[in-house]
Design a protein around this ligand. Structure first.
Ligand SMILES: [Zn+2]
Length: 314
């Protein structure tokens, strides 16, 4: 690539088609770019296509260039898959600077994360400087921070649990209002002989986020795991089965004891209604002695201990 404008713009894999200005209030110049590569391979079958389907134009947020705020447009190439046996009829070209479905360049995403992390500036303040919302900036920070954590040490017992990290917020995005996800999933070394170290933290609490984190780890890390300990969560279990089909899934002690205690309470309530025709009262023997009949973990002291449902929680 040797044209001076593209060199100056400096977006890897792209060339500048046109630059016009001045434009709207929030930008000084309008830049249209396209990828340099004139052919692309189908992501399903790998067959190289030379037949264009269409060229939609997509607005992308990017860094300012030479002190000028840029309104960036990408003329995307959508290709027809030439392989008759392939189920995918068409596909969109892929590049590292603008990942699939992203509305930001990778270099802008990285700048947002570094600006917040290195200068202790507010997320909102950094977002405003680059013309993106709080939520987008925060997401860029979380995404980068996950990669700044040290590589997790392999363990035979992996613990996974959800944490409610913040309250639900409604955030104004470029595409409209969006509900923030208040949940995070933590991965810990649950080997009883280990130090119980935190190994990773990802936003969300779905099976997909568990599978994605496991797939990012090394083959050695995945091979070492024998047991994964979770709360009784179907999405977590499905994510683990997808990424680690050979490991055993166990329910952790605290959640199991809580489930057992809940069952004993349900039975006690039902029996009280059947025998007395009313709700159980504190003075009824079944309630007065409920701690004697409850399910206890081994760490529970014999008398006046903490509430039964917390027994054995780590
Ligand atoms: Zn194909």
């Amino acid at each position: 690539m040797d044209d001076p404008t593209s060199l100056l713009f400096g977006l890897d894999e792209f060339r500048v088609v046109s630059v016009t200005g001045p434009v709207a209030d929030d930008a000084d110049v309008r830049v249209v770019v396209e990828t340099v590569e004139p052919v692309a391979g189908c992501p399903s079958c790998g067959v190289v296509s030379r037949q264009l389907k269409d060229r939609p134009i997509r607005r992308i947020k990017d860094l300012p260039v030479s002190g000028q705020r840029v309104e960036l447009w990408w003329r995307v190439r959508r290709w027809v898959c030439a392989e008759p046996m392939c189920e995918r009829r068409s596909f969109t070209e892929r590049c590292t600077q603008i990942p699939p479905r992203s509305r930001l360049t990778t270099r802008l995403r990285r700048r947002l994360a570094e600006s917040v992390a290195r200068s202790n500036r507010a997320v909102f303040d950094v977002g405003t400087e680059y013309g993106v919302g709080w939520h987008t900036t925060h997401k860029a920070l979380i995404f980068a921070a996950a990669r700044w954590l040290p590589t997790p040490t392999p363990t035979t017992v992996l613990g996974i649990d959800e944490t409610r990290a913040r309250s639900v917020r409604w955030l104004r995005e470029d595409t409209g209002w969006k509900r923030s996800d208040p949940w995070m999933t933590s991965f810990v070394d649950a080997d009883p002989a280990g130090a119980g170290r935190l190994l990773g933290l990802v936003p969300g609490r779905s099976g997909a986020c568990v599978a994605a984190w496991l797939e990012e780890q090394t083959q050695l890390f995945r091979d070492r795991i024998e047991v994964v300990v979770i709360d009784p969560s179907a999405p977590y279990a499905s994510g683990i089965r997808r990424a680690l089909p050979n490991v055993q899934i166990a329910v952790d002690h605290w959640h199991l004891v809580r489930l057992a205690n809940q069952m004993v309470t349900d039975v006690r309530q039902r029996v009280a209604r059947e025998q007395l025709g009313r709700r159980g009262r504190k003075a009824d023997p079944a309630w007065a002695h409920r701690r004697a009949a409850g399910c206890r973990g081994p760490a529970q002291p014999a008398t006046d201990g903490p509430p039964v449902h917390r027994a054995g929680h780590r």
